[in-house]
Write a protein that binds this ligand. Structure first.
Ligand SMILES: [Zn+2]
Length: 87
């Protein structure tokens, strides 16, 4: 199994969707490949973070505050950087 194949099978591996034969070959490659082992650890961490976000959605009032802050930023940047000031 090549690194490319391993990377393509990683999500299936983490979901337990690999056949026992593929799983064996996958783990054999990991045992001898530092790069893929590190990549798998990263992917596992990322999936955990994404899973956490799905469990705790951003509350509506916080989202509105973020949007309001973004609106303020756009307004103030237009005031300080607009062409009116240069004339
Ligand atoms: Zn590899």
């Amino acid at each position: 199994m090549t690194c490319r194949e391993v990377v393509e099978l990683m999500t299936d591996y983490l979901e337990g969707a690999l056949s026992p034969a593929d799983r064996d070959r996958f783990e054999q490659h990991l045992a001898g490949c530092e790069g893929c082992t590190a990549y798998l650890a990263e992917l596992r961490k990322t999936l955990r973070v994404l899973g956490g976000l799905r469990e705790v959605p951003i509350p509506g009032h916080l989202r509105r505050r973020l949007l309001a802050a973004f609106g303020d930023w756009r307004t103030s940047s237009r005031v300080t950087g607009g062409p009116d000031r240069e004339q």
